[in-house]
Ligand binder design. Sequence first.
Ligand code: CUA
Length: 183
Amino acid sequence: MQHSILWLFLILAGASIIVFTYVYLSSKKANQSDQGMNQPLKKRFWFLLILFVILGIFASVTIPKSPYYLFADETPARVLHVAAMQYAFILSNDAINPESPQGETDLVLPLNELIEFRVTSLDVNHGFAIYDANNQLIAQTQAMPGYVNRLRWKFTSPGKYNILCLEFCGMDHQGMRSSFTVK
Ligand code: CUA
């Protein structure tokens, strides 16, 4: 699912570039007889060329580092199911039944092992953000109704981690939190 969305994004980006280029080329044709327009058109051509080269470099550097590919070749040591709802996170080692969601408290996750969080929402959009003991954001994904987003992470330091909601989801959004321990 996430890969097809990425491909859709890339195809749409490619299509916009083609449309943009077409409009640029046809506007050039219309102005060809007007000598006074040549200088600004040349400037615009170089501006766009440099812009696309810079964007291309940024995209080729950052896209391979996107979280979609993080730990993609490894098999997770643990799978944790997460159901977000107004205003709590349900964490469970087993799949969560949306009709009667039940989770576990005081979860302990292994250190230096690949954990996969399978995150969904039972009502509206939420955020699922993991913070370390220093309140630094470690990893995050969206919790969306009807989708399961997979977030993979290896915790390299032991301790307590907090989960906070990163998307305004209602009156008690700021109270929506949970935690787990890594050791
Ligand atoms: Cu859930 Cu904000």
